[in-house]
Design a protein around this ligand. Structure first.
Ligand code: GRG
Length: 290
């Protein structure tokens, strides 16, 4: 089993019983679990686990935080697929949440997952001081909110169909995608007690990995993901998106992704962090085909 598969298996087991209704709002829970338990790569949770495990923290201890990150990710996908956003019919090869449960319930399923993420991250975490847990909560809120993922999505929506600039693409990618990936590593880094310079280096690395992830995603949109069935472009929106390949072409985007990752790796090396499990996940990001 690869490291990603091990994380995925641990997380999936945990998620199965993370959202259980006490008998009311059954459809809401069904809608939340429909998207949360649908087969994603689980990259963000794995990055969080790998970062903590690099410094001796068990994967099990990290599970509530890993679940919180996946819940935020899952909510963002549900909302992004809605008719008022990308208007997608399929996600991971299955009908999107609103196609199954209707728009109102899909909106609420996203809201529910967003809020449940903070229920998870505020649970008692063994071996984590209250100060570090508050930092985790702050990091997740900051990276997912208006100054992070939601802000990136807002600028993306505003500029879709417009000319835009390379600067606009950089802003959108950094906020819409990279910030949550960065948060996954930053939160993982708060499980052990690390020197500030280690935390800062891991944050730089997380940002680089997040940017490279979105660059590769752009490339896959152009050259065709091997998961084509699960990733149908949302009606007319996909073609109008601002992406790196639109400005610098596919090959330059690939090269840029490799350079960006290298910058992140150097930040780690400068403080002496070497992690074979982070390295393995990084290869998954750079070499992925879907
Ligand atoms: C609607 C609040 C709100 C935010 C949306 C993240 C996002 C912002 C939208 C999702 C749409 C999208 C294509 C974003 C770019 C990030 C990205 C490539 C997400 C897909 O992540 P993967 O590949 O998905 O990790 P899986 O299916 O493996 O979980």
């Amino acid at each position: 089993m690869s490291y990603l598969e091990m994380c995925k298996s641990d997380l999936n087991e945990y998620l199965k019983s993370a959202l259980v209704t006490d008998g009311r709002a059954k459809t809401l829970y069904e809608a939340m679990n429909y998207s949360l338990l649908n087969d994603g790569k689980r990259l963000r949770p794995a990055l969080c686990m790998a970062t903590a495990e690099t410094f001796g923290v068990s994967r099990e201890a990290v599970l509530p935080a890993a679940a919180a990150l996946e819940m935020i990710h899952s909510y963002s996908l549900i909302h992004d697929d809605l008719p008022c956003m990308d208007d997608d019919d399929l996600r991971r090869g299955q009908p999107t949440n609103h196609k199954v449960f209707g728009e109102a319930m899909a909106l609420l399923a996203g809201d529910g997952l967003l809020t449940e993420a903070f229920v998870q991250l505020s649970r008692p975490l063994s071996g984590v001081s209250p100060e570090r847990q508050v930092s985790m909560l702050h990091t997740l809120a900051l990276r997912a909110g208006a100054s992070g993922m939601v802000g990136g999505q807002a600028v993306d929506v505003e500029l879709t169909g417009q000319d835009g600039t390379l600067d606009d693409v950089a802003f959108i990618h950094l906020h819409k995608t990279a910030r949550l990936i960065q948060a996954s590593i930053e939160i993982g880094a708060l499980f052990p007690e690390l020197p500030d310079e280690h935390v800062r280096a891991l944050s730089v690395y997380g940002e680089s990995l997040g940017l490279a992830f979105q660059m590769i995603d752009d490339v896959l949109d152009v050259v065709g993901s091997q998961d084509e069935l699960g990733k149908t472009p949302g009606k007319d929106v996909a073609a109008a998106k601002l992406t790196y390949p639109r400005f610098i072409g596919v090959e330059e985007t690939r090269k840029l992704a490799a350079q960006v990752i290298e910058r992140g790796e150097q930040a780690l090396l400068r403080v002496g962090i070497v992690s074979s499990i982070l390295q393995e996940l990084q290869s998954v990001v750079l070499e992925r085909t879907h």
